[in-house]
Ligand binder design. Structure first.
Ligand SMILES: Cc1cc2nc3c(=O)[nH]c(=O)nc-3n(C[C@H](O)[C@H](O)[C@H](O)COP(=O)(O)OP(=O)(O)OC[C@H]3O[C@@H](n4cnc5c(N)ncnc54)[C@H](O)[C@@H]3O)c2cc1C
Length: 455
């Protein structure tokens, strides 16, 4: 049985950045650079050259491979790592992760960093009753993500061992210390250190691991809402400067936070297939442009006693929309406001052409609870004060959009679990929600492992 210095489970951004740090930086951390560390990366999906869009969550690159590739270069976006490492260190680590993306072929520039351009937009949002979050963002584009992921794969080739189509099943441990991973085929892989990075696709598995190892967890919220599609001109004044306008509103009726999420200028709306149900999402390309801009409007809900199954609730809403629309529902805002369904004829005559072609014209008010519809309607009115034209009858709404989050594991500030030398990073551990912070979390765990090895 092979013995490794470190095993990483999951080859998404968290796992890949952990591997890059361990394999390529061990020399810099005082370890013998010529000896090299023995690292095994276990991934249940396929290698990057064999992946297809049919499974967008699994394989080399994880959920990042076919994502929109927005690198949010802000400690306030895409995770809670500031609660672990603090603001100053997190800013440094984000800059470090960004420089790694550039090293492996990302060439797009940064938007949103120019205060002189952003400030008038913030003022306009405040006058509309909204809070605009401005931050630097580097947009790679769905079509280019695979390119840099291949370069990272090449850089690690020959320096780490990889097992694709292999699923981590059990964390082996002895006297409170990790000893390795058992895969579903029953094979045992021994290691001094283990980093678990299974992403959202492996969050249920990670919850089971947490239960088996008595690692406590806390519940994260579920985000439910719709995807909005408008003519790109309606938001161009903001997206040309910021790429993404992240706007937050507190609803009057329910005092719920409602926010825009994942804005895709000149992008397309897409269907996202999960286990037996579909939700709506959006992305944009680096070169090919559509005439529309899309973004999600999401309401965040954290349930309290006695209900703790936020993800099950989100799935229920998505399945209800699927039941009514045999998939995704599309509705003109004007039809929703008049209390009538959209029909194929009305969608055909609508000035805004739907970029998702197989959505069924229908009525979202049958699928979304009153609370969410009220919050979203209020938000659309506020958005119209910021960007006139959003509250137009021809605006398209797609549903349901649901963002699921993993339970958050109890971890130290270096992302170690209560089991010695067992680390957890990325979206699966509930500490991140985006590519940059997931990458950073892998670096944090890897650096701590290198520090311990050096001592
Ligand atoms: C459609 C879409 C668009 C997105 N767009 C953006 C965006 O523009 N910007 C942004 O910042 N974020 C975006 N995200 C989110 C981003 O992709 C994730 O936050 C990020 O990929 C999380 O990284 P991770 O390494 O934690 O997990 P993941 O990327 O989910 O990778 C986890 C990997 O672990 C593997 N795995 C799971 N369980 C096991 C197991 N038991 N054994 C072995 N392997 C296992 C999975 O197969 C997967 O490959 C998007 C996500 C989606 C789905």
């Amino acid at each position: 049985m092979a013995q490794y210095d470190c095993i990483i489970a999951g080859a998404g951004p968290a796992g890949i950045f952990a591997a890059l740090e361990l394999a390529l930086n061990s020399g810099k951390k005082g370890l013998n650079p010529f000896k090299g560390l023995k690292i095994l990366l276990i991934e249940k999906g396929k290698d990057i050259n064999e992946r297809s869009r049919k499974d967008i969550f699994c394989g080399w690159g994880g959920a990042g491979a076919y994502s929109d590739g927005k690198l949010n270069l802000s400690r306030d976006i895409g995770g809670s790592l500031n609660e672990y490492v603090g603001a100053e260190e997190l800013d440094e680590l984000i800059a470090c992760a960004d420089s790694i993306f550039l090293k492996y072929g990302v060439t797009s520039g940064v938007k949103g960093a120019d205060r002189a351009l952003a400030a008038p937009l913030e003022d306009g949002a405040a006058r509309a009753g909204l809070k605009l979050m401005t931050f630097p963002i580097r947009h790679i584009g769905t079509d280019r993500c695979v390119l840099f992921l291949k370069q990272m794969r090449d850089a690690l080739s020959g320096r780490i061992e990889t097992l694709f189509g292999a699923e981590a099943a059990e964390v082996m441990h002895d006297s409170g210390k990790v000893t390795g991973i058992r895969t579903t085929d029953g094979r045992e892989h021994r290691a001094d250190f283990v980093i678990l990075c299974p992403g959202r696709a492996g969050s249920n598995w990670l919850q089971g691991v947490a239960r088996a190892l008595s690692i406590s967890t806390t519940v994260n919220p579920v985000d439910i809402g719709v995807r909005v599609e408008v003519p790109a001109q309606a938001l161009r004044f903001a997206t040309d400067v910021l790429h993404e306008a992240k706007l937050i509103y507190n609803s009057k009726r329910f005092d719920d936070p409602v926010r825009t999420f994942c804005m895709n200028p000149y992008g397309v709306v897409v269907r996202e297939q999960s286990d037996g149900f579909s939700t709506v999402n959006g992305h944009s390309f680096s070169v090919k442009k559509s005439e529309n801009t899309n973004f999600a409007l999401l309401v965040s809900t954290t349930f309290t006693e006695p209900f703790h199954e936020a993800n099950a609730y989100g799935e229920y809403i998505a399945r209800l929309a699927n039941l009514l629309g045999e998939g995704i529902i599309v509705q003109r805002l004007g039809d929703l406001q008049r209390g009538r369904r959209s029909t194929a004829e009305r969608i055909k005559n609508n000035p805004v052409r739907p970029s998702l072609k197989d959505a069924a014209p229908g009525d979202l008010s049958f699928a979304l609870p009153y609370r969410y519809l009220t919050d979203i309607s209020e938000m659309i009115e506020a958005l119209d004060r910021f960007a006139p034209g959003i509250n137009s009858p021809s605006t398209l709404l797609y549903g349901a959009e649901v963002k699921f989050y993993s339970m958050r594991l109890k971890l130290t500030n270096r992302l170690e679990t209560p089991v010695k030398n067992l680390f957890a990073a990325g979206d699966g551990a509930g500490v991140t929600r985006g590519i940059i912070q997931a990458s950073v979390s892998g670096i944090i765990a890897a650096r701590e492992i290198l520090r311990r090895m050096a001592h």
